[in-house]
Design a binder for this molecule. Sequence first.
Ligand SMILES: [Zn+2]
Length: 303
Amino acid sequence: MAALLPAVVALVACVPATGQPPDPAVRAVATYSVIADLARRVAGERADVVSLVPAGTDPHTYEPRPDDLRRVAGASLVLYNGFNLELWFGRLIAGSGTRARIAVASRGVTPIVIRDPLSRYHGAPDPHAWMDVRNVIRFYVPNIREALTIVDPEGAAIYSRNAQQYITELEGLDASIREQVATLPAARRKLVTTENAMFYFAAAYGFQVVGWIYTLAPESEPPARRITELVERIRRERVPALFVDLTLNPKLMERLSQETGVPIRGALYIDSLGKPGSGADSYAGMMRANVEVLIRGLGGPGS
Ligand SMILES: [Zn+2]
């Protein structure tokens, strides 16, 4: 009996008195909801994944809270997008004193460079690489799988299987986006959105980015020249519709719509998933919702 006792004690210690399940193999923190969803799909039940930036909130200008510092300090893995999406990330990590493994989900992506001489981000990499599903298949998912495997080698086979299944699903998503976009005449595939966040999507799926209001993160006052030029381009390019970003204030786009007479035909999920139950509360769901809004808004079938 005495020999059995330590084993029993060890078992009991794994199950907290509250009846909670045993500790997860990995405590992962993702900076925002898109990365958190990818990580949950790869990790399955083995990791507890939390997102710092809540769904519906802009991740560029987010201000980390004391709770976030505590979560990062207690994490074994921290996942972030990189390419300066999270302008606050360095401060957060330094302030938390965390010893977690830190992994950049976009590692390996060939960045699209921001072209806007009116912005201080001119020449910097555009962070919105997840808007091309192929980047998620080739880089984000493998990077997350690798990071989880390093932190929790015993879960390697599970992460590998989950990643493979998810990649198959994402290949289907990518193909279905292409099929749907093919129904939209090329001359109508024109994008005007609140942020300059659609270049990866446009390059992947055959759209033209005509213009935007904010260059990387909402500026308090976008340069007047950018807006004047945008008004001209919307007219010249005969843009069928304008779109707003769900995480950003739509006021300036509404003014642009009044000035040009071009309607706002929907809102896009770019820097955040939708709220639970919205249908866009997963990465795949958000991409499907966006494509539906774009096809309907720009004048595809059923519009
Ligand atoms: Zn953005």
